[in-house]
Design a protein. Structure first.
Length: 419
């Protein structure tokens, strides 16, 4: 989104950005700054655990967004995410007679915990949204508070369906994601359009590592359990010194980091932590490995690997399967034996590795992505905002500011009393 905003500004569009934040304030308030010539509004919430699904509607944050729209009077609103803001942003744009388009980067509109990766994220959940399964699952991720009633879950589902219906465009980022979104929302897939993302960085093509063995591979990104670094380490242990592994990115959970480091003890596995693009460019590799355990909706790391000139080895799941080409090898989700087989084969067959590398094609440029967005924006502006009678948002089903504050006081009381 940041790069899209910069490119739109470079093309002469006037735009502002509205964002949420983890930085709370005693009351909901809006701060503003100018970043790279673009005006940025940050809405600060005042409540605890505001990423929980029960709190995705926040009347004060919603009002703050409406005030920004009233000040700016934009021709269009492009919503990328409502987390840490409020789930009724298209509704508020419709009230202000402003058309909106909606990019669904993930499965947040279909899952109370966002990624359809319950527990530690060791499996992908493909259930249709329903109260008996979804609400207890979400409640298992702290803090321990009483389950919300079924009518609150239904209000959430109705609100999100209303957002989709009001949007002048519903953008998925891969065909695989569109198929799932259509199923989970009960909306024909034809009502979603697919606009693949584009690289967020201009990476230079790197030189490969010397001919294996050892085979040198890397995995990068935020290291969380559902991204599967442990699967790669387990595979490396089965291959032995014929493979070397570089893991870039900080861990989101110290417990998971300890697990991965223990698995890697005595193996040629290096942990780099937080990294810069220049470090990836300078690291000589044979291939990139992305062993995600959950359904990836796009896979920006594929583009990064291809820009660097590296073939990709990845999980046969979600958009990874859709994006795989002649330079890609896939393996079953979580199957370290299968991954070890691929690594062992490539370490032993430099010719096969060379053919994979020769098949790598650079990713599409960012300009085409901006062109696609501009075309959607122009269409949405021509159509204008939907009629107000199309808006099914029902204020009576939502807490006003006083009720929201009373709920927050009760939550804080419950948390203070819990062991």
């Amino acid at each position: 989104m940041e790069r899209l905003a910069l490119e739109l500004a470079r093309r002469g569009h006037q735009l502002s950005v509205v964002t949420g934040t983890f930085e709370t304030r005693p009351r909901v308030e809006t701060s503003r700054r100018v970043q790279d010539g673009i005006q940025v509004f940050t809405i600060h919430r005042a409540d605890l655990f505001f990423d929980r699904w029960e709190k995705t509607y926040c009347p004060a944050a919603s009002d703050a967004f409406a005030r920004i729209l009233g000040e700016l009077r934009p021709d269009l609103v492009h919503i990328h995410q409502f987390i840490r803001l409020s789930r009724d942003l298209v509704h508020r744009a419709t009230e202000a007679r402003i058309p909106a388009v909606l990019t669904l980067h993930d499965f947040t509109t279909t899952c109370l915990i966002g990624f359809r990766a319950p527990g530690a994220g060791s499996a992908f959940c493909d259930l249709l949204p329903n109260y008996p399964d979804c609400v207890p699952c979400a409640a298992s991720i702290g803090p321990g508070v009483p389950l919300a009633p079924p009518e609150e879950f239904q209000t959430l589902r109705d609100d999100l369906r209303n957002e989709l219906e009001l949007a002048r465009a519903r953008i998925a980022i891969s065909g695989a994601q569109r198929e799932k979104l259509a199923r989970y929302h009960g909306i024909p897939g034809s009502r979603f359009e697919v606009v693949p993302l584009a690289p967020v960085a201009e990476l230079r093509r790197g030189a490969p590592a010397p001919e294996p063995p050892p085979l040198r591979v890397a995995s990068w990104g935020m290291q969380m359990e559902r991204k599967g670094a442990h699967v790669l380490i387990e595979a490396a242990a089965k291959v032995g010194d014929r493979v070397e592994v570089e893991i870039f990115g900080r861990f989101d959970d110290p417990k998971y980091e300890r697990r991965c480091r223990e698995l890697a003890r005595g193996l040629p596995v290096r942990f780099h932590g937080r990294f810069e693009w220049e470090e990836l460019e300078a690291t000589r590799l044979h291939a990139a490995v992305f062993p995600s355990l959950t359904f990836e909706t796009f896979g920006l790391t594929f583009d990064e690997a291809w820009a660097l000139g590296h073939p990709v080895i990845a999980t046969d799941l979600g958009a990874y399967r859709e994006r795989a080409d002649a330079s890609t090898r896939l393996f079953p989700t979580g199957d370290s034996d299968a991954l070890a087989g691929i690594l062992r084969s490539l370490a032993s067959d430099p010719g096969a590795l060379a053919r994979l590398r020769a098949a790598v094609r650079p990713p599409a440029g960012f300009g085409g992505f901006v062109d696609a967005m501009e075309a959607i924006y122009a269409r949405a502006v021509r159509e204008g905002a939907p009629p107000r009678e199309a808006d099914a948002f029902d204020p009576a089903r939502h807490p006003d500011a006083r009720e929201f504050d009373a709920r927050e006081a009760l939550l804080r009381s419950q948390l203070s009393e819990s062991p």
